[in-house]
Write a protein that binds this ligand. Structure first.
Ligand SMILES: Cc1cc2nc3c(=O)[nH]c(=O)nc-3n(C[C@H](O)[C@H](O)[C@H](O)COP(=O)(O)O)c2cc1C
Length: 327
């Protein structure tokens, strides 16, 4: 392990971009908007992805879909994640993405949600390698950006094909792959299987990003050491905890967390239509309080607040030294 960079051997290159550290923020629909991604970048995330973007939404230039690609110079590099099952539409969408300030395109071939899989998208593509391959080659033909592919270990425990899928993706032109070590059948339950992540690493020469159950920086280092993967993607472990991207971890007191929480709120005011998404802002803010004394009461007050300014005042007024622990 190179203790200066955190990489096992040397920094990972995706396309022409060299990752400054091995921890990446996962795409999380409903959560990884621009303010949250910026806070993660500022706290050590090497790279962040948009929430998944529908190829049809892009082809029809739907505003809500296009808005998911919102970025700023400080965030770059920035990856947009695309989902869909029609190669033609996926290619068109990739061409549209390439006209935006975006550094790489990730293809979602791991989403287990029925709304997505019933249309043949997301993890359903792990059952149709030929179609998945056509999508990857078509997308690569429509963009000069590096294309990465995110998938699961397989459909069920009896049909693990992550390594084969990774080899297909590499042959089709992927610049890197992300393997979430759970099957479609597992959904988000059970544990990610690191043996499959290791097998994927052994199956390809392109960089492999391991994903699943990384809750601390140390977990990430351990996943890399155990599987040989080149970098690690953090999903749920980053919610309320952008400190996961640095070796020091999450501060124990509100006072020490406050600068990051206030920064998130400032960025939200700057970049989000706050009145429309106030509930989401409250949700993120509440998650930042996990484990703190008096968090339960403070959360109640935050959810009752009517503006971001009110939330800021509540945080500043809160004295966490004389409250009961929340659990
Ligand atoms: C609320 C939520 C939203 C997610 N949205 C996406 C998404 O848009 N695209 C995607 O590829 N994966 C998505 N995922 C899966 C995560 O990116 C990640 O693969 C999974 O949570 C496992 O990593 P973790 O154990 O670190 O959370 C989502 C997961 C959650 C919990």
């Amino acid at each position: 392990m190179n203790t200066a960079t955190g990489f096992l051997v040397s920094p990972v290159t995706i396309g022409s971009f060299v990752l400054p550290s091995p921890l990446i923020l996962a795409p999380l629909a409903g959560y990884t908007d621009l303010p949250f991604r910026l806070v993660c970048r500022e706290n050590g995330a090497a790279l962040c992805f948009s929430e998944m973007v529908s190829c049809h939404g892009l082809a029809y230039r739907q505003k809500n879909t296009v808005d998911l690609m919102q970025t700023v110079a400080e965030e770059r590099p920035f990856g947009v994640q695309l989902f869909g099952s029609d190669p033609e539409h996926m290619g068109q969408a990739a061409a549209i993405i390439s006209t935006h300030p975006v550094d790489l395109i990730d293809l979602n071939m791991g989403c287990p949600v029925r709304k997505v899989t019933k249309r043949g998208s997301g993890c359903a593509l792990m059952k149709d390698l030929r179609l998945a391959q056509t999508i990857i080659t078509t997308v690569c033909a429509h963009t000069s950006l590096p294309v990465t592919v995110k998938f699961r270990s397989g459909w069920t425990e009896d049909t693990i094909n992550g390594p084969e899928f990774a080899a297909m993706a590499e042959a089709a032109g992927a610049a890197a792959v992300t393997i979430h070590g759970r099957t479609w059948a597992q959904g988000f339950g059970g544990l990610a299987d690191r043996r499959v992540i290791k097998a994927v690493k052994e199956a390809v020469r392109i960089p492999v990003i391991g994903n699943g159950d990384v809750l601390t920086y140390a977990d990430g280092m351990q996943m890399m050491a155990e599987t040989g993967c080149d970098a690690v993607m953090v999903g749920r472990g980053a919610l309320g905890n952008p400190w996961v991207f640095g070796p020091a971890g999450q501060p124990a007191t509100l006072l020490d967390r406050l600068p990051v929480i206030l920064r998130y709120l400032e960025l939200s005011k700057q970049y989000l239509p706050v009145t429309r998404v106030l509930f989401k802002i409250k949700n993120h803010t509440s998650r930042f309080l996990t484990g703190l004394q008096g968090a339960a009461r403070l959360r109640q007050l935050i959810y009752a607040a009517g503006t971001v300014e009110e939330i800021i005042t509540l945080l500043l007024q809160h004295n966490d030294s004389d409250r009961d622990p929340e659990d």
